[in-house]
Design a protein around this ligand. Structure first.
Ligand SMILES: [Fe+2]
Length: 350
């Protein structure tokens, strides 16, 4: 009798193991990348499964379908999915959901950017250093779900993609970028409701540790120096150009990065469609709270932006983090603004 029981239990556990192997779950729910007036990229991660399908359309009935491939992310069965939707209408609300085999997401929305000539005003959000504070591990979740999203609702009252064009993050998204679990648990999960409907554009902070996970999770504009793909890039929204830079050791003094920035600013000076330039880089040139965090190379970027603004009359600003706090100011002799936005979760500096 005992033996029979044992056999039954063994079979039962086998059944559970087999079932667990076959059922895929979302490791990271869908999030948006690299939006243009006619294109957007949708990404997600599943515990299993190669299929990468996005169903989308201008109503919740969806109706269109885009398919692409999946990639290994952690030398295991989990897969990161990346699908680019093309042929979209500018400044239009779309509905979408993702599908990997039997796993189907909820339906989310996004809104494509306008052309510069549409002269649409817009809101965007800049925040950084959400890297977990172990004394307050829920802070980033609170900021997104009890701060940003209810604020947008009460202030503007439309859908999130109608009220917010994009999210900028000048670095330190997680405490240790080389730790796989931190990306899903500490970064994507708390912000899922935001990132599923508004594209997010980060740059590398020191805590990312230049880890491969960063480059796998994000699909940033491929318009930087090709040998340094996604380390620096730019993204236009209407008449505004966002410039992402890498201020980390090994990159902050890179001749290639400064040469790229110089030629981009020269092009931006001549570009009649761009009226504003917003840069983001992790390290401060000057900090009110944490002097040791300052970097001379960030000062070189500030000088280039100040000269750009003085020459062209196009206002510029730079967002930065690293020193955990909020502060803002303006260059004394230039129309260039400085904004420290590192108050999204990391322990605030004294
Ligand atoms: Fe930092």
């Amino acid at each position: 009798m005992k033996l029979l029981n044992f056999t039954f239990l063994a079979t039962y556990f086998c059944g559970v193991a087999l079932y667990a192997q076959e059922t895929s779950v979302f490791v990271v729910k869908p999030y948006l990348q690299d939006a243009n007036p006619t294109e957007i990229t949708v990404m997600w991660e599943t515990s299993l499964g190669e299929e990468s399908v996005v169903e989308f359309g201008t109503s919740p009935k969806l109706g269109k379908k885009a398919v692409c491939g999946a990639e290994d992310i952690n030398f295991g069965p989990s897969r990161i999915h990346e699908v680019k939707l093309t042929g979209l209408k500018r400044f239009t609300t779309y509905y979408y959901r993702v599908k990997t085999d039997k796993l189907v997401s909820d339906i989310y929305q996004f809104k494509t950017p306008p052309f510069a000539s549409d002269n649409e005003s817009f809101n965007f959000l800049a925040m950084s250093d959400m890297q977990i504070d172990h004394q307050n591990p829920d802070k980033f979740n609170e900021i997104v779900n009890k701060g940003i999203l209810p604020f947008l609702k009460s202030e503007y009252g439309n859908t999130t993609p109608d009220d917010l064009a994009m999210v900028l993050i000048p670095g330190d998204l997680v405490e240790n970028g080389a730790k796989y679990e931190q990306w899903q648990n500490d970064f994507f999960k708390p912000a899922q409701k935001l990132f599923s409907e508004v594209p997010v554009y980060p740059v590398l902070g020191n805590h990312e540790r230049n880890a491969n996970y960063y480059f796998k999770y994000f699909s940033l504009p491929k318009n930087g120096t090709p040998a340094y793909a996604e380390h620096w890039w730019y993204k236009d929204y209407g008449n505004t150009r966002i410039i992402g830079l890498n201020s980390n050791e090994g990159y902050r003094d890179s001749r290639e990065q400064f040469a790229w920035l110089k030629s981009l600013l020269e092009e931006t000076a001549k570009n009649g469609e761009i009226d504003f330039v917003f840069a983001q880089l992790h390290h401060p040139h000057k900090s009110e709270l944490w002097i040791p965090g300052e970097e001379e190379s960030s000062g070189k970027v500030v000088k280039m932006l100040e000269e750009f603004t003085t020459k062209t009359g196009k206002p510029s600003l730079h967002f930065f983090g690293h020193t955990h706090g909020y502060s803002r100011g303006q260059s004394k002799d230039h129309k260039h603004l400085w904004i420290n936005v590192a108050s999204a979760g990391g322990a605030i500096d004294n």
